[in-house]
Design a binder for this molecule. Structure first.
Ligand SMILES: [Zn+2]
Ligand SMILES: [Zn+2]
Length: 378
């Protein structure tokens, strides 16, 4: 079969590899579509994991083979969406709902060969027994692409639920790429007032269509005043861009007891470490809105009194929550959350590197990019 094999940093090759063999209790799925996800892009660009691997984990396709004892739930020909991580639901972390820290969850249960890495950029994937609870059937009227969005939407809903919000609360969502737009829509569906920022005008327009009450360019002059006029009080902020300045700015902007959720800071590096020594008296920055630009050139320090005296929370959310799977499927398949407009670009398997290039440097009209094997490789 054909597969896109990661051979090192920014080195992806179209190769012929064996169709994976399955064990008893496993499934073989013929991949139809696979979403391009920023976490894979990061690993590929940085060469963060040893090669060779076949990436791609937002996968939907058709069951092609069923291993003995996989259960009566599955039939050959079923259209299914896959989850490459499934928690054990029994360990310390699972009991504390920190599923992404569960040792079983950290194992990748879907592979097209080599060290398991999702395998969605290949014609077939092997679905291991321990991730079978993550296999979801796609209703006949829904597309494979909708199925492939279960995983990213799940991660976003998990993030939303990390925030202690009540209907009517105001949330700033920084970054309106595919993930930011999903936050905007899910928050709006749950009764929140959403204020959105981004650096691309096209995305601000979309943010309004997806439910934002107001949307501003993150580099706009007088942004702080504009934000204050649109939302006198911010109860929470979601940081859907990997910017440290945005985190500090959001901590400053939310009101006392407000929460700031990190969603894009997945890469460990010296740049993601906050300087903890105050560079300015906290009162100077407190409640005074500052522009992105001034934060970029003079990154302020995190004053820990923000957390202690102002009782503001700095939270993170990573990966998906298995227990939300049914709710996410209902949201997407009922099209209450219609993710179809989010998918702007389809690439055939052979052009996966171009799909990844576009997703890592989005154009004005690109949002979610998927590899679609229903297209022919020219
Ligand atoms: Zn992903
Ligand atoms: Zn566990």
């Amino acid at each position: 079969m054909l597969a896109i094999v990661y051979r090192g940093a920014d080195d992806l090759r179209l190769e012929t590899v064996p169709v994976p063999a399955i064990q008893p209790g496993e499934l073989l799925v013929k991949v139809a579509v696979c979403g391009v996800c920023p976490t894979d892009i990061k690993k590929i660009h940085l060469g963060a994991v040893p090669p060779p691997r076949i990436f791609g984990h937002e996968t939907a396709g058709v069951i092609a083979k069923i291993g003995a004892g996989a259960g009566p739930k599955f039939r050959i020909g079923d259209r299914v969406a896959l989850h490459h991580h499934v928690p054990c639901l029994k360990c310390h972390f699972c009991r504390h709902r920190a599923f992404a820290q569960c040792p079983q969850y950290k194992r990748t249960g879907i592979t097209a060969g080599f060290e398991p890495a999702g395998g969605g950029y290949a014609e077939y994937v092997r679905v291991m027994r321990f991730v079978l609870p993550g296999v979801v059937k796609i209703p006949a009227r829904n597309t494979f692409a909708e199925g492939a969005m279960l995983e990213p939407v799940n991660t976003v809903l998990k993030g939303v639920l990390r925030l202690a919000l009540q209907p009517g609360d105001t949330v700033l969502v920084i970054g309106q790429g595919p993930i930011g737009l999903m936050f905007t829509r899910l928050l709006q569906l749950r009764g929140m007032k959403v204020i959105a920022t981004d650096l691309m005008d096209a995305r601000l327009k979309l943010a309004r269509q997806w439910g934002a009450a107001a949307a501003f360019r993150a580099d706009a002059p007088r942004l702080p005043q504009k934000l204050a006029a649109a939302a006198p009080c911010l109860d929470a902020a979601v940081i859907a861009v990997p910017s440290q300045a945005a985190v500090l700015q959001a901590l400053d902007l939310v009101r006392g007891s407000g929460q700031v959720l990190l969603f894009a800071h997945t890469h460990r590096s010296p740049q993601t470490r906050l300087p903890l020594t105050p560079s300015t008296p906290s009162h100077a920055s407190h409640s005074s809105y500052k522009s992105y630009k001034s934060y970029k050139s003079h990154p302020p320090a995190l004053d820990l009194a923000t957390i202690c005296s102002d009782e503001k929370d700095l939270l993170g959310s990573y990966s998906s929550d298995f227990t939300l799977q049914a709710e996410v499927a209902r949201l997407i398949f009922s099209r209450k959350l219609d993710i179809r407009p989010l998918i702007t670009h389809h690439f055939p398997l052979a052009r996966t590197p171009a799909a990844i290039a576009l997703a890592s440097a989005p154009s004005a009209d690109s949002l979610k990019v998927i590899v679609n094997q229903q297209l022919t490789n020219e």
